[in-house]
Design a protein around this ligand. Sequence first.
Ligand code: AMP
Length: 307
Amino acid sequence: MSLITVGTMAFDAIETPFGKTDRIVGGSATYVAYAAINFVKPVQQISIVGFDFPKDEMEELKRRGVQLDGVEIVPGKKSFFWSGRYHEDMNTRDTLITDLNVLADFDPKVPDSYQGAEFLMLGNLMPKLQLSVIKQLVKRPKLIIMDTMNFWMEIAMPDLEEVLKHVDMLMVNDAEARQLTGQFSLVKAAREIMKMGPQFLIIKKGEHGALLFHRDDVFFAPALPLEEVFDPTGAGDTFAGGFIGHLAKSGDISFENMKRAIIVGSAMASFCVEKFGPTRLKEVNKNDIDVRIQQFKDLVSFDIELV
Ligand code: AMP
């Protein structure tokens, strides 16, 4: 089954308590693609870059099976740039700079060759562009998932509310779920978000795992306790790539299979944070992924007799 991914391909400058990077490759769609391609081919990418985005990064994505026909290259402009600083706990961060650059006039076009995809991952991007992609699809995908962030809630809330009406699942972190609804309780926030459109909701809680909601059902998956978390940037997008990649591989979008997918997403995210940028994601192979998924199984499985 094929998967369309939409989002940013960017340069990031990151500060963590452990170090600082200059401009390294990042972007929501970059992370989603590097994670999802381990499970599903092709991944059909829609994004925009400037003259400065490294050609070898594009080649690396293509070599892995990511189609880039939907990635526009603008010769005279710079790529999207984001800079962030993580707090001591690595779970929260401040955005220092968001330079839209090429993103300011992005008008995504879905190539004809992408039509018919069964899965759509709307990575973090301007909500009206996420909606434009949905509207261009001749056949509605079997599953549409969207990610977003506080930045878009602050400057484009009405557009965001509109996209929510067209998607099956929203993926946000706990702070974003609270900001979106004004509810502190995540259970109440989940109920409100599901009234806004999506039938499914994932709330990510960084190193404290993730919650999956659907109607009155809730499932919780922990994050792997890691000795070292080097850079959490892209962990959310990598989680999304692993999650939807697993669903697209099996074609099964039941709640039961989503429970498996949340573990796959968490396993992929646990790799992402081990090095700066997408570096670690490029190193791991199928065996590494299988071993990590097994570690997750061991982490949460136990026997108990109910008397
Ligand atoms: P995550 O850590 O999963 O939230 O994703 C971080 C990635 O999102 C970085 O690589 C950034 O380039 C990208 N990013 C940051 N801000 C935005 C934004 N406003 N819209 C789209 N992508 C963004």
